[in-house]
Write a protein that binds this ligand. Structure first.
Ligand code: ATP
Length: 336
């Protein structure tokens, strides 16, 4: 008997319980055994404990080092910090990894896109140092901190990922021509790491040109490594190139823990109606299986999701179809 895989499960708010429930059905059907420790976060946690991110949730992830999570709502009023940002900082999840793939049948601008954005997740413009310069708020400043250590670990993550996944090129998106110290340090450090990976080519692109090139032809890119803010913007740009939020998964990975989730939010407008597209959450679980090196299961699951997406009768409303969450999930299970 193999040991079950221990992981924390956060069903989340809004459509979270629906898409996570659908994902669990598929994981079950794969024959993998998980031992889930269910924990609360977001609005569900506030309702129960008054705290959007209870200590028990963080400790559960710290102990199991693995978490599958639905979207969490953070109320705008009430002075709560974003739960997602807090989790990344508490657990030092320095790599935000977002695969961007086109799926046959899903309406999108480009076919054959298969790239991955590796975004630095802890520093840069998100260092949290921002303030007004004067009393009457006529000027403000924000400080971007880039460290050699932070740049090196994300660059190394990107190159190791490329090598593991059989990719041949890493593109560094930067603005070192203007931000000579911060972006310059990131670029120079990435070049240093690249020298340790002679089998993988480093391509360098200035961020504005990168945006233009991505819109023109995203199929040219394999792995893109970049700083926090540029990565945030590029991720959404790329998601829109291949069919949007319903099919966009993401992971937050650190040396001691990893959290897998759909990129979309809680979608309050459709919550509880049973019509949410669970594909993004399912694809996040695929990413989790690859991270766990359960490649055969990951490939099987991804293939089944692809097959369900390719069939117009099983696509959900966000992709122009008429199916509900259960019908899409049944189609994935049938394809398995
Ligand atoms: P939040 O405040 O949690 O970010 P939001 O509504 O601002 O919520 P999203 O949840 O990302 O942001 O939703 C944006 C739009 O995309 C909504 O109209 C939502 O219904 C739709 N959407 C997001 N995810 C899905 C999904 N999985 N299936 C179908 N529609 C979705």
């Amino acid at each position: 008997m193999t040991q079950p895989i221990a992981a924390t499960l956060i069903r989340g708010d809004g459509i979270g319980p629906e898409v996570v429930g659908a994902t669990l059905r598929v994981l079950d059907a794969l024959g993998l055994s998980f031992s889930w420790d269910e924990q609360l976060g977001g609005q569900a946690a506030i309702d129960e404990t008054g705290d959007p991110l209870p200590r028990a949730t963080i400790e559960s992830i710290r102990a199991r080092k693995l978490c599958l999570k639905g979207p969490l709502g953070t109320p705008i009023a009430g002075g709560f910090r974003s739960v997602n940002v807090t989790l990344r900082q508490e657990l030092d999840l320095y790599a935000n990894v977002r695969p961007v793939k086109s799926f046959p049948g899903v309406p999108c601008r480009y076919e054959n896109v298969d790239l991955v954005i590796v975004r630095e997740n802890t520093e840069g413009m998100y260092s949290g140092i921002e303030h007004w310069v004067d009393r009457d708020h006529s000027a403000a400043e924000s400080i971007s901190i880039i460290t050699r250590t932070g740049s090196e670990r994300i660059a190394r993550y990107a190159f190791e990922y490329a090598r593991r996944e059989g990719r041949k090129k890493v593109t560094c998106a930067h603005k070192a021509n203007i931000l000579k110290a911060t972006s310059g340090l990131f670029l120079e450090t990435t070049r240093g790491v690249a020298r340790e990976f002679p089998d993988i080519r480093l391509e360098e692109l200035i961020i504005d040109n990168m945006c233009q090139q991505l819109v023109k032809d995203p199929t040219r890119y394999e792995v893109i490594v970049t700083t926090n803010l540029f990565g945030d913007i590029l991720s959404d740009l790329c998601a829109a190139l291949v069919g949007g939020l319903g099919v966009a998964p993401g992971a937050n990975i650190g040396h001691h823990a990893a959290i897998f989730e759909a990129v979309h939010g809680t979608a309050p407008d459709i919550a509880g109606k049973g019509i949410a597209n669970p594909a993004a959450e399912m694809l996040a679980a695929v990413q989790m299986l690859r991270y766990l090196d359960r490649r055969p299961e990951a490939d099987r699951m991804e293939k089944a999701i692809r097959a369900a997406l390719a069939d117009a009768g099983s696509r959900t409303g966000d992709l122009g179809g008429k199916a509900n969450t259960a019908r899409f999930t049944d189609a994935v299970l049938a394809a398995l």
